[in-house]
Design a protein around this ligand. Structure first.
Ligand code: FNR
Length: 346
């Protein structure tokens, strides 16, 4: 089975053609951020990476008060994915895995709720590499084939992977050709090697060379350092010759970069993000991390310093004058809970 070449159907590939995609970002890409990105114009949004073991330990439930489906860890109750109908055909969930059977079990569990499943093959962090996941897969073609072909054969949603480039162009091209033959609907390429850091320049030329040898959509990633406006997103796409682009940091810094009609003031973006956090009960630590990344240099301002001192969600909301909306949202949620009941296990 593994020696057979597979080909993704065109309607799967089409989902990744000519798209602006929000990259997976741990702690940032939870439901409130993803919905904001979709509102500003993103075509597809990736979730943060979740490790297969964690998904295997999870249950799912309808959260009636929030109108969401939640996947939560049975052992500690933490929610690793919360999603809703509004993003169902736009959400790609990224998994971290080193094993085809585990990958398939978790992908089947998630499949009814997502537009696609992505396998992380780029994470350079020690916990990923040690577990044979993320960028460790880049030098393990047999494992890549086993994981991707198993998912492609068994799932009814498109499968993609997100890779980094290898130190040599030839090796990168060979890797990408092999990945295409696994039947994935697209491949996202971060134009840096495993050992290069975000401040290194992105190898746009290598991504361009890959587009010349593949027929499936290539999604270019790694361009944020040069992206300050919507037009720069188009420039990145042109430079790499990719049919789609995937943006991480530039979207995190000011999500309204996704608007063809122009950037919004950062404060407007933060308030909209916080409103979504109120509405979907985003965990405090994730909210704080994301706002902190949005503020960047402004953390040095008096308000930025006050923000850094906050220890509760409510304290953050006070800084952006959202106390009344929080109180109203809590009341509304309580009313829903009383009239419809609480969570329903699925
Ligand atoms: C990331 N990145 C990342 N990549 C991935 O495949 N899975 C993940 O969960 C994460 N998490 C993550 C969190 C944060 C805060 C950042 C900034 C980045 C990497 C990201 O998706 C992307 O590949 C790089 O940031 C390069 O793209 P940009 O930032 O130049 O557009």
């Amino acid at each position: 089975v593994l020696s057979e070449d597979l080909k993704a159907p065109e309607h799967f590939c089409g989902q990744y053609r000519n798209k602006i995609i929000v990259a997976p970002m741990v702690r940032v890409c939870t439901l409130p951020f993803r919905l904001l990105a979709l509102e500003y114009g993103a075509d597809l949004v990736y979730s943060e990476e979740t490790i297969d073991w964690k998904i295997l330990r999870s249950n799912k439930r309808e959260n009636v008060g929030l109108g969401t489906t939640e996947f939560y860890d049975r052992t500690d109750g933490t929610i690793f994915l919360s999603t809703c109908d509004r993003e169902r055909d736009k959400l790609v969930v990224q998994i971290g895995t080193s094993d085809p059977d585990r990958a398939l079990r978790v992908a089947r569990f998630l499949e009814p709720y997502v537009a696609g499943i992505d396998v992380n093959m780029g994470c350079p962090k020690e916990f990923s590499i040690k577990g044979g996941m993320g960028a460790a897969l880049l030098t393990n073609p047999c494992k890549i084939m086993a994981i991707l072909k198993t998912l492609v054969k068994e799932l009814n949603v498109p499968v993609t992977c997100k890779i980094r480039i290898l130190p040599s162009l030839e090796d990168t091209l060979q890797l990408c050709r092999m990945i295409e033959k696994c039947g994935v609907a697209a491949v996202a390429i971060h134009g840096r090697t495993k050992d290069e850091r975000p401040q290194h320049s992105n190898h746009d030329d290598v991504i361009k060379r890959v587009t010349e040898v593949l027929t499936i959509p290539v999604i270019a990633n790694g361009g944020s350092k040069e992206i300050n406006t919507y037009k720069d997103i188009e420039e990145f796409k042109k430079r790499t010759n990719a049919c789609s682009v995937m943006i991480a940091r530039a979207v995190m810094w000011n999500c309204s970069i996704l608007r063809a009609s122009g950037l919004l003031p950062l404060d407007t973006v933060i308030r909209s993000y916080l409103r979504n956090c109120i509405y979907f009960d985003n965990p405090f630590t994730y909210t704080k991390y994301t706002v902190q990344n949005m503020l960047r240099d402004l953390q040095e301002s008096p308000r930025g310093k006050a923000f850094l001192e906050t220890q509760t969600f409510k304290e953050i909301l006070t800084i952006w004058n959202l106390d009344d909306e929080y109180a109203a949202a809590l009341k509304d949620r309580q009313r829903k809970l009383e009239s419809i009941g609480s969570c329903v296990e699925l």
